[in-house]
Design a protein around this ligand. Structure first.
Ligand SMILES: Nc1ncnc2c1ncn2[C@@H]1O[C@H](COP(=O)(O)OP(=O)(O)O)[C@@H](O)[C@H]1O
Ligand SMILES: O=C(O)[C@@H](O)C(=O)COP(=O)(O)O
Length: 421
């Protein structure tokens, strides 16, 4: 095992594990901090999926340090801290506090921060994050239920979350290639930066950054930042030759879609699914709080409708989300929905459902924890950043597509199943 990663949510971990697998590293994704005797098999990279994006910073730090220590004990030479390609965080964190604690643990004088993921339209220019053609702060991320992002200047955003100095490696250096980027890292260290936001617009930039960062102990960013890292281990003669991917044997059983993401992409995907005739049950957090909607009721409904892939969703427009939050509180509204969808997934699993598409990072974390899944195998890619996965320990086995709220084409809920046939 050479490369270890700590991811702050489930979909983010899956996204990263997919990237590392595609770049030729044998990768295992574990859910939560693995115990010391956890069998990692012949993994060359291990991604630990936490649910630490929106918990109090001190808890996120402790969990992330435990995960990093477990990875170092298993042999990791370099650690990636994976967060969202839209830099999802609050002014308190958790990106800054966790990055700082990991840098201290690893004794890393400088760590890079780059959420760019060009295949999904996330690019960084002059330290500003763009989502497609829009600045982050103009994108639908400004209305996220838990981490509304209202500032696109990542140097400023990260600086608010840490007492360490944050600098920038600008496009001009990145575009020149890995030697210029390594030179910019040296300059940043010399002027006292602890973190540098690194511009990147294309995968070629990310590969050059990866090469320049071969000796950096801590790398932070979206899954894109991992594109160039396996090559460093390959050049050093450490990676096994890539073996042919084993066939993905999806368990046979009933299927359903659970969506707890309110992101714009998920809302469009729900619209397309309903227009295509998928039966859909909308869940209202206030009805959960008042006991009018229960997990058993939702699971019964999903089991009773005559369709191969029915949908239950709490996804709502920003004004509906605000209304629920005003009544219940932001965190309670989120927890009620997450808990209900996790319990629904557990009831479905008990009743023969073995294929689930789950939309939303926090939602996926709740569902996977509810199902008691300890590790996942990565399967075929449905869309950039979203593979099918298969539980390694649940009985009976279950196939899960854990979709980041913002990822996937509009027909995602229709087409995802084609890869399981
Ligand atoms: N109708 C709703 N009102 C308020 N909060 C909601 C609603 N539906 C879902 N949520 C909460 O919003 C959060 C969405 O986060 P997440 O699942 O990570 O989605 P995404 O991947 O789009 O960020 C979850 O905590 C979820 O429980
Ligand atoms: O980097 C990304 O955008 C994703 O991998 C990710 O972290 C998604 O989080 P959610 O949008 O909360 O699913």
């Amino acid at each position: 095992m050479f490369l270890g990663a700590v991811a702050d949510d489930l979909t983010g971990a899956t996204d990263l594990a997919l990237t590392l697998s595609r770049e030729g590293m044998r990768t295992v994704q574990v859910v939560g901090v693995p115990p010391a005797d956890f069998d990692l098999g012949d993994a060359e990279a291990v991604v630990v999926a936490l649910k630490s994006r929106t918990i109090p910073a001190v808890e996120a730090i402790n969990l992330s340090l435990d995960a990093a220590r477990a990875l170092l004990n298993a042999g990791a030479e370099q650690i990636i801290f994976k967060y969202c390609s839209t830099f999802d965080s609050t002014p308190q964190g958790n990106i800054g506090p966790v990055a700082e604690a990991l840098a201290d643990l690893l004794d890393a004088p400088l760590a890079l921060a780059c959420p760019a993921f060009p295949a999904n339209g996330r690019t960084v220019y002059q330290g500003h994050l763009f989502v497609g053609p829009m600045l982050l702060s103009d994108s639908p991320m400004k209305d996220h239920p838990l981490t509304p992002m209202t500032d696109a200047n990542l140097v400023r955003v990260l600086q608010r979350q840490t007492t360490s100095q944050v600098g920038l490696v600008p496009f001009t250096a990145v575009d020149e290639g890995s030697d210029a980027i390594a030179g910019a890292f040296d300059e940043a260290r010399a002027k006292g930066d602890r973190f540098v936001i690194v511009d990147a617009i294309t995968d070629a930039h990310l590969r050059a950054i990866g090469r320049a960062a071969r000796d950096m102990k801590l790398i932070t960013g979206g899954s894109g930042i991992a594109i160039g890292l396996p090559e460093n281990f390959r050049r050093a003669g450490k990676l096994a030759a890539k073996s042919a991917d084993a066939a993905f044997d999806a368990p046979v059983g009933r299927a359903a879609i659970l969506a707890g993401s309110c992101s714009a992409a998920t809302r469009r995907q729900i619209g397309v699914a309903i227009a295509a005739g998928i039966p859909a049950l909308k869940i209202d957090p206030i009805a959960i709080a008042e006991g009018r909607t229960t997990a058993a009721g939702v699971a019964d409904w999903l089991a009773s409708v005559n369709h191969p892939t029915p949908l239950a969703y709490s996804s709502a427009e920003p004004d509906e989300v605000r209304a629920a939050q005003e009544k219940l509180g932001r965190d309670r509204a989120g927890e009620l929905v997450e808990h209900l969808l996790a319990e629904t997934a557990m009831a479905l699993h008990r009743n023969g459902f073995s294929r689930l598409v789950v939309a939303g990072g926090e939602t996926s974390g709740a569902v996977v924890n509810g199902l008691g899944i300890a590790a996942l195998r990565i399967g075929p890619e449905i869309d950039p950043g979203v593979p099918w996965t298969r539980s390694l320990n649940a009985h009976p086995a279950i196939a899960l597509a854990l979709k980041s709220g913002n990822f996937g084409t509009d027909d995602f809920f229709l087409k995802a199943w084609d890869l399981l046939r």
